[in-house]
Design a protein around this ligand. Structure first.
Ligand code: COA
Length: 436
């Protein structure tokens, strides 16, 4: 993608995000990474688009380092275990250092920032018979304080330490802090920047999951996930269940990772989304560019027949798209041949980055239901490289050019692609309803 198109993509989102909050949770190790100055530039861009940014940071990496310098073994590093008095001192020093480093970086980018005391904390208490001592949990977020800063164009930088009303400090887990801050501010996005990137499943990084899918994934794959992935996903699920609509888990060391993930389909991480929006919808005029882009990918690999942009503009009413976070990532068309009582499912294309996640199957099912609802007796399609897919996953059988409506057959001969014809008889809805 050229920079200019990139910029256009970004601008598309501006009305939706203007004056809404993004909570960006940075692991301590990411702050020390060489990509951190790039992240600060990305944050400056978000600010210039009137997106309110709150930075929450961790300090586990620095706690380890600082403790090693002191030749001591901390009782906990990330605010989840038991924090004894000495470890709390190390954690407060390490966290303050990280906060300061972030403040320095932000001011180098002409961004005003401040360290608020916005977390009211209490001891985590005795869990399973174990006293967690000075490890705390967030009791309340002082939203008024954060909003005052945001309204004055100041980025709050929130460390993983909180105080109670009596002036005692507690070590907090930054992933949990980020969830509480995002909830309190009704943030539109919570972004975890880690040193590992998206959540890996058996087939590579899972690009998107609903909260329910993420919950099930966590239960099924917990033993295979790294500790970092486990905590990020668990917190993403909790945030989703408690009202944060979008949680991204991305690699903070990846250049353009942040902007790529939150503003386009080009990201590299995992999105956990909460609201059950309809993923498939009929395409509209504004989708012409996205649909054209998807089909071009298929044309390049000779999987799809050529279509000009003008063709797509004319036929956009036949298309439907599968969208993730409002971005079309796959498309298909249903073309009616009323005289023959048949319909064609055409131009099925799933962006490579979203392959093998059941999207193709859902598009074909959608086309099938739509064709059935319109009373067509048969669905057909033409394929060069996904023949087995339509047979094995879609329940189509091999057909011949004789199965095509005459007008379609004529075009088939002209195109000379020698695609395989595939056919699926459709049962009327009433019969389908009683079928076993
Ligand atoms: C074919 C296509 C739609 C599949 O989409 P998808 O969302 O990745 O597929 P799903 O997640 O629904 O299904 C994945 C399964 O199908 C299999 N599969 C994917 N593409 C396949 C192909 N071309 N041939 C045979 N099997 C295929 C996968 O191996 C996987 O199998 P498994 O479940 O046994 O592990 C997609 O690869 C695509 O866009 N292809 C290019 C365009 C095309 O050929 N369109 C058809 C002409 S209209």
């Amino acid at each position: 993608m050229t920079r200019l198109t990139h910029f256009r993509e970004i601008l598309r989102y501006v009305p939706r995000f203007r004056d809404r909050a993004f909570v960006i949770a940075v692991d301590g190790a990411v702050v020390e990474d060489e990509n951190f100055p790039n992240l600060l530039l990305d944050i400056a861009l978000l600010r210039s688009l009137s997106i309110r940014v709150v930075l929450v940071h961790g300090a586990a990496h620095q706690v380890r380092k600082y403790a090693a310098m002191l030749n001591m073994t901390p009782s906990d590093v990330d605010g989840t275990g038991i924090t004894d008095r000495e470890t709390l001192q190390v954690a407060v020093t390490a966290a303050s250092r990280v906060t300061h480093e972030i403040l320095e970086g932000l001011s180098a980018n002409d961004l005003r920032a401040a360290y608020p005391n916005a977390l009211v904390a209490h001891p985590k208490g005795i869990l399973g018979g174990v006293d967690h001592q000075l490890t705390g949990r967030v009791e309340r977020v002082d939203v008024g304080q954060l909003l005052t800063l945001l309204e004055h164009d100041i980025i709050p930088v929130v460390p993983p330490v909180g105080c109670d009303g009596a002036g005692n400090s507690y070590r907090l887990n930054s992933d949990a802090v980020a969830v509480e801050v995002a909830k309190a501010l009704r943030a539109v996005k919570l972004v975890y920047l880690t040193t590992e990137g998206g959540i890996r499943g058996p087939r590579g990084v899972v690009r998107q999951m609903t909260v329910e899918e993420a919950d099930a994934f966590l239960k099924r794959h917990k033993p295979d996930l790294s500790p970092v992935a486990q905590t990020k996903l668990a917190h993403a699920v909790r945030a989703g269940k408690e009202g944060v609509e979008r949680v991204h888990i991305i690699d903070g060391r990846e250049q353009e990772g942040l902007l790529g993930e939150v503003f386009s389909n080009e990201g590299i991480g995992t999105l956990v989304y909460a609201n059950e929006y309809q993923s498939i919808r009929p395409a509209q005029k504004r989708d012409v560019r996205a649909v054209f882009g998807l089909i071009q990918q298929g044309v390049r690999s000779e999987e799809l027949a050529r279509r000009t942009r003008a063709d797509i503009e004319r036929q956009i009413g036949d298309f439907f798209v599968f969208e993730v976070d409002r971005n079309p990532v796959a498309c298909a068309a249903l073309i009616a041949y009323p005289a023959e009582n048949k319909a064609e499912v055409a131009s099925v294309f799933v962006d490579d980055r979203y392959a093998n996640q059941g999207i193709g199957a859902r598009l074909i099912r959608y086309a099938e239901e739509a064709a059935r609802a319109r009373g067509f007796a048969e669905l057909f399609c033409l394929s060069t490289q996904a023949i087995n897919y339509f047979v094995q996953k879609g329940g189509f059988r091999l057909g011949t050019p004789d199965d095509l409506p005459p007008a379609r057959r004529e075009r088939y001969e002209q195109q000379g692609r020698k695609s395989q014809v595939l056919v699926k008889p459709l049962m009327p809805p009433s019969t389908a309803a009683v079928a076993p």
